[in-house]
Design a protein around this ligand. Structure first.
Ligand SMILES: *[C@@H]1O[C@H](CO)[C@@H](O)[C@H](O)[C@H]1NC(C)=O
Length: 288
């Protein structure tokens, strides 16, 4: 027995581990310190930052998709992050009103299709009173540049009940962007802040956590039916035992009907089959 048990145990653990390793990439849902976060309502979002580099301006676009990889741009195949990237930084030099034809810098962080860079780290952020401030996610990226600096992007999802997280400035640059660039330290650690109600422990106007909702009406219905049937059987048996001195199968209420049940079902099925064959098949009577 022993080898079989350990074999099935290892099989079981393999089965249990498998989904974890394949679902490691951040797809909008995360759990940290027992708190569940759901960012699946958020969409790919960008923020543009300008750095003066006289006589030109370096415009960097930081793009993040919280639910998976950034969709590839079919019109600009050269100037984009590799397929699978979750956080992408593209910098382009502008001379007056004229941008360079190609990007000066393309750096990717987190890749849902790379086993090495697909696994982000989650840290919950709390204040001194343990109130949830948000979720800190670190995306790992490949090495970049001459110095082969290992790239990391820290995205701080900050709780803000007033913001959905989809806010962006209009064409004239008016309005606040829910996504903010904080810094790009040492040419290797990018920090972004994303204000959204989905980073709160309980987002306003959201249904209660699914763990509570999963005990839906149907589950309760089944449980109640089961309890009623059980109570009926127990009470009936007790009654038969005391009142009629019944034993064995006779204890069960309606024991006669129960005993006949298999025959009743068989009979019902035979009738059903006959009816079906009779109407669909030859259209006449069939011998039983
Ligand atoms: C976020 O996580 C990184 C490491 O993954 C850590 O260095 C940083 O201090 C964290 N920031 C906050 C605000 O918790």
């Amino acid at each position: 027995m022993r080898p079989t048990t350990s074999l099935s145990l290892s099989l079981l653990s393999t089965l249990l581990l498998l989904p974890i390793s394949t679902l490691a990439a951040f797809t909008g849902e995360a759990e940290a310190d027992g708190v569940k976060f759901d960012f699946t309502q958020l969409k790919t979002h960008s923020v543009v930052v300008e750095h003066k580099q006289d006589p030109s301006v370096l415009k960097s676009t930081y793009t993040i998709n919280p639910a998976g990889k950034i969709e590839l741009n079919k019109d600009d195949k050269e100037d984009q992050c590799p397929d699978g990237t979750q956080v992408c930084m593209i910098s382009r030099l502008w001379h007056g009103e004229k941008p360079d034809e190609h990007a000066a810098q393309i750096i990717s962080f987190g890749n849902v299709e790379s086993p090495k860079d697909s696994e982000p780290e989650y840290t919950i952020m709390r204040d001194e009173e343990k109130k949830v401030l948000g979720l800190n996610i670190t995306f790992h990226g490949p090495e970049y540049g001459d110095k082969k600096l290992k790239q990391n992007a820290i995205v701080k999802f900050l709780c803000d009940q007033e913001m959905t997280g989809l806010e962006e400035p209009d064409k004239d640059g008016k309005g606040t962007n829910a996504l903010k660039f904080v810094d790009y330290e040492g040419d290797q650690t990018l920090t972004l802040e994303w204000r959204t109600k989905y980073a709160c422990e309980k987002p306003l106007g959201e249904a209660p956590a699914p763990s509570q909702g999963s005990w839906g009406f149907f589950t309760w219905f089944i449980v109640i039916v089961f309890l009623v049937v059980a109570a009926y059987l127990i009470f009936g048996s007790w009654l038969n035992y005391n009142k009629y001195d019944a034993r064995g199968w006779d204890l069960l209420p309606h024991s006669d009907t129960l005993r006949d049940l298999p025959y009743l079902i068989k009979d019902f099925l035979r009738r059903a089959v006959n009816t079906f064959q009779g109407s669909g098949g030859r259209g006449g009577y069939s011998a039983i």
